[in-house]
Design a protein around this ligand. Structure first.
Ligand code: MG
Length: 277
């Protein structure tokens, strides 16, 4: 019997442009279509950022609403996760779309340097976002960009600001943040097991580390993230044709590690989310 692996597709992000890869979906209709293709290829969870007309990262709740409605129409059981991160967004607006009650929202539990900027998540913002998610019954995906964020997540659970069992994502390979090192992932999993018993986890490798980190996670019983937000290439020198192509690559890998792509129903059970009939 194989075990289910939740494949997350991060379709857009805040940065990659159509000039870098024309497959990056920017407008809501493109985002819905790209998500639908990824769903058919085996993704059960979609991580969403929205962009304005000029392609800039946005907090516009109407854009989130439009994408959410399109996904609910075409892939009604897929898990919808909104980003509360993203560069170029005012702190007080980052949680605006939580009130639309997506299944999940991302929550970085600390600040960290990225390649050229500080990704700022001051303690009060983390607390406010977590409280908002709790109030709207939106499950956080804790984004672990640095080790301290794991312990900060535990503190949120202890204070009752986040429900257990938690779900976390280890993000590896961002310059100045956690490097993509297999032994580091092992350490983080060990600490997670001790600090947040019963937590589920996924991992994302950024840029050229995407596929390698997919292997590491599937081998260890974790879940896997792919998509154009993190990486625009299929292989060195060849752009990915679509989010679906990246998802299919992970879906095809699952069998090698005794896994299969989780159905949305299985993924919802694993994450303790409401089922969709
Ligand atoms: Mg994101």
């Amino acid at each position: 019997m194989s075990t289910p692996a939740i494949i997350t597709v991060a379709i857009t992000g805040s940065q990659p442009t159509k000039a870098q890869n024309p497959a990056v979906p920017i407008h809501p209709a493109e985002q819905v279509e790209s998500t639908h293709e990824a769903y058919e290829a085996g993704a059960s969870l979609v991580h969403i950022h929205v962009r304005d007309e000029e392609g800039r990262s946005s907090s516009d709740i109407e854009l989130f609403r439009e994408v959410q409605a399109g996904i609910l129409k075409h892939c009604p059981d897929m898990i919808i996760q909104f980003s509360t991160g993203g560069r170029g967004r005012a702190a007080q607006e980052r949680g605006a779309a939580i009130r639309l009650k997506p299944d999940m929202a991302s929550l970085a539990t600390g600040s960290v340097n990225f390649a050229t900027v500080i990704y700022e998540n001051p303690p009060q913002l983390v607390e406010d976002l977590a409280n908002d998610m709790l109030a709207h019954e939106v499950k956080p995906e804790v984004e672990i960009f640095d080790a301290a964020m794991l312990y900060n997540a535990r503190a949120l659970v202890e204070r009752g600001t986040m429900k257990a069992p938690a779900h976390v994502q280890f993000v590896l390979g961002i310059p100045n943040a956690l490097p993509a090192r297999e032994k580091l992932l092992d350490f983080l999993i060990e600490e997670l097991t001790e600090q947040l018993p019963g937590a589920t986890w996924t991992a994302a490798g950024v840029g050229r580390f995407q596929l390698e980190v997919n292997h590491w996670a599937l081998r260890r019983g974790g879940h896997a993230r792919t998509g154009l937000e993190d990486n625009i290439y299929f292989e060195k020198g060849r752009l990915a044709a679509s989010n679906a192509e990246l998802v299919k690559r992970v879906a095809d890998l699952c069998g090698k590690y005794g896994r299969h792509p989780a159905t949305p129903k299985e993924a919802r059970t694993l994450l303790g989310l409401r089922s969709v009939s």
